[in-house]
Design a binder for this molecule. Structure first.
Ligand code: G4P
Length: 528
């Protein structure tokens, strides 16, 4: 009989984060190739039913922009393990979404383009990861084409995100002339050979150092010298600092040609932690073999036009999840049936019958379930919620067509629930002119696109002058409202946000009125 402790030990649940174009999609496909989950048609993901992936209509926008907004989950076997790979959006404007996904992951793989290193626009995504103190593995991709010096890239990682890089593999051959890698754990040379179009696993030959020196000449000598330098600065894998998120094992490779992909995937299995007991709100760990519990980290409606429904994704934290189980929604104390539990595979979905700690399950049309909710059977548990980021962009949204007001309201409520944007309302105006609050302006684009295409609500957006928000309370509301250049709006849960036009103005109000409640909202990069 399988049990939760054994099943958890087999699992690795992680997310890939990267700048758009660094190669996240390619790497994901190659992981699937090594996990045996790809069809012969290179790049197309095979669901359990064998159908080709369907695309949702708002994925048009993702394709046009070359970014991924929908987060999906891929589960595949590798060696004797079960891999759960969570997708994250590749744009800093969606770093809050990334943060929520990371709440369900035990580790992350950061993909960097060898020619670009850490790109300023994506620094935020990596900082989000850093803020959670997540174990982070790094893959330096595209070594098959000209790029930057390996040691220089390591320096950049250390300087920009403050994690110590500890290469597990070291490239032999400069970018553009990639021969293979030194496995620093054994000192051996692993020589790669290309396969046509990267459709099958890359050939790998294990070569002893003496033979490598003869056969690879100068490229080997340089790599060996650099590798010794790394030893001298103690840039060696260290489990304790890796698990604390203070150091990152680095792997070099080329996702396109499959070079180094297996070593990275082995790295995830061998180095990344298995799901462990998750701590509850009181900081007490929920043992893995306790009765089922789970934690909701994502809600999304209309992911696929052929299934116009709402999915709430949870990660199993303890015990065995079984479809049809009656689970309690901790926030309301209500019990509901999980008859419609599904597992997503890219855009594919399948009914899931059981799941174990680390697995992700989507509940169809469980309308009460919200992001941050805890689910359990038999023994109650409340896991800590996921904080919202401090928004810095605010825009008023109005329905243009009054006959579509109902759809507009429904759409706004849905986007709020999913956390696509935060929705703030003036108590006097209600849904006539809600204010959308976002971390990045691209969130507005997604919100408008979805209002129009999914809800048929044409809207107009007008940007407000506000740039910063603080949490306030009922006692302070009247005084703040009476001030110029300040507004007080409410979220659906009743939380009050005071909006200011500038930090300068906020500072003045704080200095002149110390009696007012103006709490900082969780800021990006400092969350966790
Ligand atoms: P993303 O999900 O992080 O946005 O990146 P994606 O995998 O889509 O890769 C972006 C581009 O980089 C693609 O090229 C892809 O083929 C290329 N690429 C990914 N990994 C490697 C690699 O290891 N080496 C090289 N040389 N290129 C790589 P594209 O021209 O934009 O698209 P495509 O037409 O080739 O698919």
């Amino acid at each position: 009989m399988p049990d939760a402790v054994t099943e958890a030990a087999r699992r690795r649940t992680f997310a890939i984060i990267s700048h758009p174009d660094a190669g996240k999609t390619t790497l994901t496909e190659k992981f699937l190739l090594y996990g045996g989950a790809l069809t012969s048609e290179a790049g197309s993901v095979k669901g359990k039913t064998g159908r080709r992936s369907a695309t949702s209509d708002w994925m048009e926008m993702e394709q046009k922009r070359g970014i991924s907004i929908t987060s999906t989950v891929l589960q595949f076997p590798y060696r004797d393990h079960v891999i759960n790979l969570l997708d994250t959006p590749g744009h800093r404007d969606f770093s809050e979404d990334t943060y929520r996904v990371l709440a369900a992951a035990d580790a992350a793989v950061m993909v960097l383009d060898a020619a670009k290193g850490i790109e300023p626009q994506t620094l935020k995504l990596f900082e989000v990861c850093r803020a959670r103190n997540m174990p982070l593995l790094t893959f330096i991709n595209k070594w098959d084409r000209p790029g930057r010096d390996a040691l220089e890239l390591l320096d950049e990682i250390e300087e920009q995100i403050d994690v110590k890089p500890t290469p597990v593999t070291w490239p032999v051959g400069i970018p553009g002339d990639f021969r293979g890698v030194i496995d620093r754990r054994t000192g051996d040379f692993i020589r790669f050979t290309r396969t046509a179009g990267g459709a099958t696993e890359a050939g790998e030959e294990l070569v002893e150092p003496d033979r490598a020196a003869v056969e690879e000449g100068e490229a080997w000598a340089v790599a060996e010298h650099e590798e010794q330098l790394l030893g001298a600065v103690e840039a060696d894998f260290d489990e304790k600092s890796f698990l604390a998120g203070d150091s990152t094992p680095v792997f070099f490779g080329s996702a396109l040609t499959n070079f180094g992909v297996r070593l990275l995937l082995d790295g995830v299995v061998d180095l990344a932690p298995a799901p462990g007991p998750r701590v509850d709100q009181k900081d007490e760990p929920r043992p893995l073999d306790d009765p089922f519990s789970g934690f909701v980290f994502k809600v999304q409606a209309n992911m696929d036009p052929s299934h116009r429904d709402r999915l709430a994704f949870f990660r199993v934290c303890s015990g065995r999840f079984e479809r049809g189980m009656q689970v309690t929604l901790d926030r309301t104390g209500r019990t509901f049936s999980t008859k419609y539990a599904q597992q997503m595979f890219g855009q594919e979905r399948d009914t899931v019958d059981e799941a174990w700690p680390g697995d992700v399950v989507g509940l169809v049309n469980a309308t009460d379930v919200r992001i941050g909710d805890s689910l359990w059977i038999d023994q109650p548990v409340t896991f800590p919620g996921i904080p919202s980021f401090a928004p810095t962009n605010f825009a008023t949204v109005r329905s243009i067509d009054s006959s579509k007001f109902k759809q507009f309201r429904k759409g706004i409520a849905q986007l709020d629930e999913e956390g696509v944007v935060q929705v703030l309302r003036d108590p006097d105006l209600g849904d006539q002119a809600p204010v959308l609050a976002a971390v990045g302006p691209m969130q507005f684009e997604v919100a408008l696109h979805r209002l129009e295409t999914e809800f048929g609500a044409k809207v107009e957006l007008s940007h407000t002058r506000y740039t910063i928000a603080r949490r306030t309370d009922e006692e302070s509301e009247a005084a703040l409202r009476a001030m110029r250049d300040v507004d007080v709006l409410r979220k659906a849960d009743g939380t009050r946000y005071a909006l200011f036009v500038s930090t300068y103005w906020l500072d003045r109000v704080e200095a002149d009125h110390p009696e007012l409640t103006l709490d900082r909202l969780v800021a990006e990069g400092t969350v966790g």
